[in-house]
Design a protein around this ligand. Structure first.
Ligand SMILES: [Zn+2]
Length: 134
């Protein structure tokens, strides 16, 4: 199973990570039945630089707005300003089952290696899935 990331959504999340650097960027990925895919940047409310937290009130508002236009949250994105392109233990523990976790490694030359991870229901492990750009 691979994940197809639309070019516009990928561009938006990469841009967000670039603007937010050296802080972690975070946001939502939403999809609709007609194949629409959207990236929604969110505020990172964590005080530490090396992690991220989303505001539950902002999340609830965005989720409601998405539902009104026929979209739903299918995943979360965040950047690692200094890498690596894999989830931390905290990321794995906090990840929602059956939601995509996209991580962008902004370390090094900041060209940004993007990886995708998925946690099955009942599992504690994130497994990597291939990302295909469309
Ligand atoms: Zn992380």
């Amino acid at each position: 199973m691979g994940f197809e990331l639309h070019a516009a959504a990928e561009k938006a999340l990469r841009e967000h990570a670039r603007l937010t650097w050296p802080q972690e960027a975070c946001g939502l990925l939403a999809t609709g039945t007609d194949g629409v895919q959207r990236y929604l940047p969110m505020a990172n409310t964590a005080s530490a630089r090396s992690r991220y937290e989303i505001d539950p009130v902002e999340f609830a508002r965005l989720e409601r707005e998405l539902r009104e236009v026929g979209l739903r949250v299918c995943g979360f994105f965040h950047s690692h300003p200094h890498g690596p392109a894999r989830p931390s233990d905290a990321d794995a523990a906090a990840a929602w089952p059956r939601h995509l976790q996209l991580i962008l490694d902004m370390g090094g030359d900041r060209t940004g290696r993007l990886t995708a991870w998925y946690k099955d229901r009942g599992s504690r492990e994130l497994r990597q899935i291939p990302v295909q750009a469309t």
